[in-house]
Structures are given as structure tokens and as C-alpha cells.
Design a protein. Structure first.
Length: 329
């Protein structure tokens, strides 16, 4: 009897279809309360299974029986499958209780010219609707290439107010990309350790074609100095520059000044002032060759976690984005 039963069980197992790993997908459901539920399912399974699983796992006192599930700004229905929505492994489905879907939010886009475009929209509609309205209100000559900034982070047109935790009355700043002219006017100031005042030489040069070396040569041709006999460093806005490069390589603008100093005078350390979005100023000292990522991490560790929960960017002189892999030099 037992032998027969074993053979029958083996026959049943051999006839069972195998599930290929490529047909499995792990999805997460996230809600506004911070609850995250994860489940692995087939790409051909109805999403009802995932929805029911989530609703069965949320706290009993949570009024989550009614609401909508969203995937990348599209409403998800239980009779469809992950494959129908092109879901990939690790994707997140957001759950919004009833009321969130219909609650409007009023947002305003501002720019440097004092323009303000205000629009009321649903929290789950993509921000592209607001951005298109802003561009439609601009004069024909106004710049249309740039980034939209909210709380020091760049926004995507495909994001929603709900994803960004936006509140009624919040403002979004539009920062246009500057289009520099073919020319740039720079100045260079030399070393003044000889007891006299340092001389400033000004030159207008081609932004992308002339090297900074040309400005250095002009300075030495016009100013009597011993600097050209020794080694010297050239800095701009506190960082060392390569004189074989062009003003465009460093994003230089009209009025920027280069400083000429003997290499022996440069310290190995530099003190950097960081100003947070709420105006708090802190000074940090590091080596000129250290990557800035350590400084960024230290700065963020001293701020409330809620302030930068959605990320942030670091700007130098308020206009150039700084990467963590860069150094002060």
C-alpha cells in the first residue's frame, strides 16, 4: 500500500507545472501612514491578491477599507495583473484612502521675475499639469528650459503633490537654465606681498575658445612682478583652476575674478561655510583634496531628519550644483 501511494505521489509531482523565476515579481504596497507590505506573486496573478493581502495586514483600527491603489500615477484595478501595468520586480504600489484621491491642493509656481502662477489640482494628478499652465502664461520671450525646485530638491513632471507631501499654499520655484553669451569678462588680481596694492587686470575673452592661460599671459605682460619666475596657483571663487582650460569649463560668468598667488602660500586646509535652507550657518574645515561627500554627510547628520527627508542638493555661490565626488580644489 505504501509503495503504491509513493508512486502515485511521485506521479502527481511530476505532472505539476514548474514556476519559472522570471515569472515571479515582488511588489510593495505603501500608504500615507508609512505602512509597507511586501509580497511575491506571479506576473499573471490578479492584483486582487496583493490588495486583499494588504488590507488584511493593516491595523484593525485603520480605516483603510475604501480607497485607491496607484502605480506611477495610474490607478490600479484588482482584475488586472502586474504584466498589464508593466510592473517590475521591486516596484511600489501606493494606497490612498478615500478622500485623498479627491482632496484638492492649491500650488503656486514662482520665478525670478516675480511671476506667480497659481492652480488648484487633485493631489494625485501629476505636476506636469501645473508646469504646462505656467509655461502657457509666460511671454513668448521668456526662457522655458530649466528646473522646478521644491524645498531644495528638483521635481519631476511625473510626480504628484501627494508623493512630494505638498500642502495647500505651497510654492514651487522655476529656475531657468542660463544661456551664456559667446564672451565673458574676467579679472585677475596678483599677489600683494611686495608691500604695494595688488593690480587688477581685466579682459574680455571667448568663453569656449580661449584658455585661462591667455589671461595669465596678459597679466604678466602688463604688470611688473616676480610671480612669473616661480610656481604659482590660480584660483577662482576659492578653488584652484587649470589654466589650460577655458572659462566655459568652470562655468565662469562676467565679473568673476581669478587670484594669482605663490604655490607655497596655499594651505592644505580650507574652511567652508554651509548655509541651510532655514538660514543656519556652520563652518567646516577639511583638506583641499578631501571629497565633499564627507562634509555633506556631516552637515545632514546635524539637521532634523524631517527637514531633508526627500533629499537635497548643495549649491556653490547659489548657482552651481556641487557633487560629493568633487574636492575643494
Amino acid at each position: 500500500m505504501s509503495s503504491k501511494a509513493t508512486r502515485e505521489d511521485d506521479a502527481d509531482d511530476s505532472s505539476s507545472p514548474e514556476v519559472e523565476a522570471s515569472s515571479l515579481i515582488t511588489l510593495r504596497v505603501k500608504d500615507s501612514e508609512g505602512v509597507r507590505i511586501t509580497r511575491t506573486m506571479r506576473t499573471t496573478d490578479a492584483l486582487d491578491d496583493l490588495m486583499d493581502f494588504y488590507l488584511g495586514m493593516v491595523p484593525a483600527d485603520m480605516d483603510a477599507a475604501e480607497g485607491v491603489f496607484m502605480h506611477y500615477c495610474r490607478r490600479v484595478t484588482g482584475d488586472r495583473t502586474p504584466a498589464d501595468y508593466d510592473m517590475e520586480d521591486g516596484d511600489e504600489v501606493s494606497f490612498f484612502p478615500d478622500g485623498t484621491w479627491t482632496t484638492p491642493v492649491t500650488l503656486t509656481v514662482t520665478d525670478n521675475n516675480g511671476r506667480r502662477v497659481t492652480h488648484t489640482m487633485r493631489r494625485l494628478h501629476i505636476l506636469d499639469i501645473l508646469f504646462d499652465l505656467y509655461f502657457a502664461m509666460l511671454p513668448s520671450t521668456a526662457p522655458r528650459e530649466g528646473v522646478f525646485i521644491y524645498h531644495c530638491r528638483e521635481l519631476s513632471p511625473k510626480q504628484t503633490p501627494e508623493e512630494c507631501n505638498m500642502k495647500d499654499g505651497d510654492e514651487i520655484a522655476f529656475s531657468p537654465f542660463s544661456k551664456p553669451s559667446a564672451f565673458v569678462t574676467l579679472t585677475i588680481r596678483g599677489n600683494n606681498n611686495n608691500g604695494g596694492g595688488s593690480v587688477v587686470v581685466t579682459r574680455t575673452m571667448l568663453r569656449t575658445q580661449e584658455r585661462l592661460q591667455d589671461l595669465i599671459d596678459l597679466y604678466f605682460a602688463m604688470v611688473s612682478t616676480d610671480d612669473e619666475r616661480g610656481e604659482f596657483d590660480v584660483t577662482c571663487c576659492g578653488r584652484k583652476v587649470d589654466i589650460e582650460k577655458t572659462p566655459a569649463d568652470y562655468g565662469m560668468e562676467d565679473g568673476d575674478q581669478l587670484r594669482l598667488a605663490p604655490a607655497t602660500e596655499r594651505s592644505r586646509f580650507v574652511t567652508i561655510n554651509l548655509v541651510t535652507m532655514v538660514g543656519v550657518k556652520r563652518a567646516y574645515t577639511l583638506r583641499r583634496t578631501d571629497e565633499l561627500q564627507g562634509l555633506m554627510d556631516l552637515c545632514l547628520s546635524r539637521e532634523p531628519a524631517s527637514m531633508y527627508q526627500n533629499g537635497c542638493i548643495f549649491l556653490y555661490n547659489g548657482r552651481r550644483r556641487v557633487q560629493g565626488s568633487e574636492t575643494p580644489d
